[in-house]
Design a protein around this ligand. Structure first.
Ligand SMILES: Cc1cc2nc3c(=O)[nH]c(=O)nc-3n(C[C@H](O)[C@H](O)[C@H](O)COP(=O)(O)OP(=O)(O)OC[C@H]3O[C@@H](n4cnc5c(N)ncnc54)[C@H](O)[C@@H]3O)c2cc1C
Length: 361
């Protein structure tokens, strides 16, 4: 059980700035996201595209904005705190928040699909359009297999699980082609697969022209094999042998079924946001978005606020700037609710020794 003043659901740009604002006001904070990386839409949908309307930043990419927000929130989201078995991370990636229930004294108990439980005095929902979950191939036998992946490893200094083995990448869009190019051109030869196959249902891609040209070159050189077929089912090892997928059964254009043996499968069909569990927590919703007050971004549940793309109110605009404003007012409202004795006057980061101490500057 992790105890915290504030739990932020969603590590998108607004969730990250929310963590910064809460920390600045002296509240302890934890952040959870279903994705294995922070940045929400900025990283999942447009990491290398330019943004021109963040105040004071004439241009930055989605990736650069995420890196800046992580750096800004770092004083309140240290990578690890404490030592040994009590070491603790404040940024919990790869966890889908599933349950939220009332606990004692107005707190909330929040649980994730991978077994984390938080006892939070307040909850800030910064869930965007919902949890970004990878699209699957629609083959039931692949569910839960240990050698089926959806993301490239974050840390490229560590050998990926498919190093020296046969990797099949499934997909025909930008996500699949850029993954194949990244893997085929991995700087450390020992980190490359021994064989790399791109699996797509037809020999036509829905991808950026430059990516397709680069891929066709790799296919012509023989560094990548192209396999055309529609996955129908998969063959799995027994649980005692590791439970891995050993082959995909494909339906070819000729109507024949054949088997594609593999060691690892990387499914790159894009991400789709799922509102999922949020809709069952009892908050007032309007067209799949959470209704909030514009003074504090409070929802209809006590000490639960919603900020960023997930909320709705008259005049709402789904822009970064608006989410950052909402996160600031939500943090101030919660600080007042959780620390009624604290001085309520506004402190400036420029001049306040208290804020400097919290920031570690
Ligand atoms: C192509 C594109 C270009 C854009 N360009 C601009 C621009 O130029 N300027 C601008 O101001 N805005 C732009 N936007 C909009 C901007 O990206 C969004 O307003 C912003 O990302 C919203 O941030 P957020 O943190 O509220 O939500 P998101 O970025 O959607 O992040 C929400 C996060 O919450 C996580 N989550 C949701 N539910 C759960 C759960 N149950 N458990 C765990 N995690 C969960 C999700 O996985 C996700 O990572 C653009 C959007 C797109 C798609």
């Amino acid at each position: 059980m992790i105890h915290t003043d504030a739990l932020v659901i969603g590590a998108g740009p607004v969730g990250l700035f929310q963590a910064f604002q809460l920390g600045l006001l002296g509240l302890s904070v934890e952040v959870v996201d279903a994705l294995p990386f922070a940045g929400g839409q900025c990283m999942a949908l447009y990491p290398d595209k330019p943004i021109y309307d963040v105040p004071g930043v004439p241009m930055c990419t989605g990736r650069e904005l995420t890196q800046s927000l992580l750096k800004q929130a770092a004083p309140f989201l240290p990578a690890t705190e404490g030592e040994g078995p009590h070491a603790h991370r404040h940024l919990h990636l790869g966890h889908l928040v599933q349950g939220m229930a009332n606990a004692a004294d107005g707190a909330w108990t929040v649980t994730t699909d991978r077994g984390l439980t938080f006892q939070a005095q307040s909850v800030l929902i910064a869930a965007g359009a919902g949890a970004f979950l990878p699209r699957g191939l629609g083959v039931a036998e692949l569910d839960g297999a240990p050698n089926v992946h959806h993301h490239l490893p974050e840390d490229d200094s560590v050998a990926p699980p498919w190093a020296g083995q046969h990797l099949v990448v499934a997909g025909g869009g930008d996500e699949a082609l850029s993954a194949v190019l990244t893997i085929a051109q991995t700087a450390q030869p020992a980190h490359r697969p021994s064989r790399l196959t791109l699996l797509h249902r037809r020999d036509v891609f829905q991808a950026d022209a430059a990516l397709e040209t680069a891929l066709r070159e790799l296919i012509a050189q023989g560094s990548v094999q192209l396999e055309i077929g529609l996955p129908q089912s998969a063959e799995r090892e027994s649980a005692t042998d590791g439970d891995a997928v050993r082959a995909l059964n494909l339906l070819g254009a000729d109507g024949q079924t054949r088997s594609l043996p593999l060691d690892h499968l990387l499914v790159r069909l894009g991400l789709s946001p799922k509102l999922g569990p949020l809709s069952t927590w009892g908050m007032a919703l309007e067209r799949k978005q959470i209704s909030v007050s514009t003074a504090s971004f409070a929802t209809s549940l006590p000490r639960v606020h919603a900020v960023g793309d997930i909320n709705t109110y008259p005049g709402k605009k789904r822009l970064l700037l608006c989410g950052f404003h909402e996160a600031t007012l939500a943090a101030h409202a919660l600080a007042l609710a959780l620390r009624p004795d604290a001085p309520s006057h506004l402190l400036y980061t420029t001049t306040s020794p208290v804020l400097h101490q919290r920031l570690g500057v």
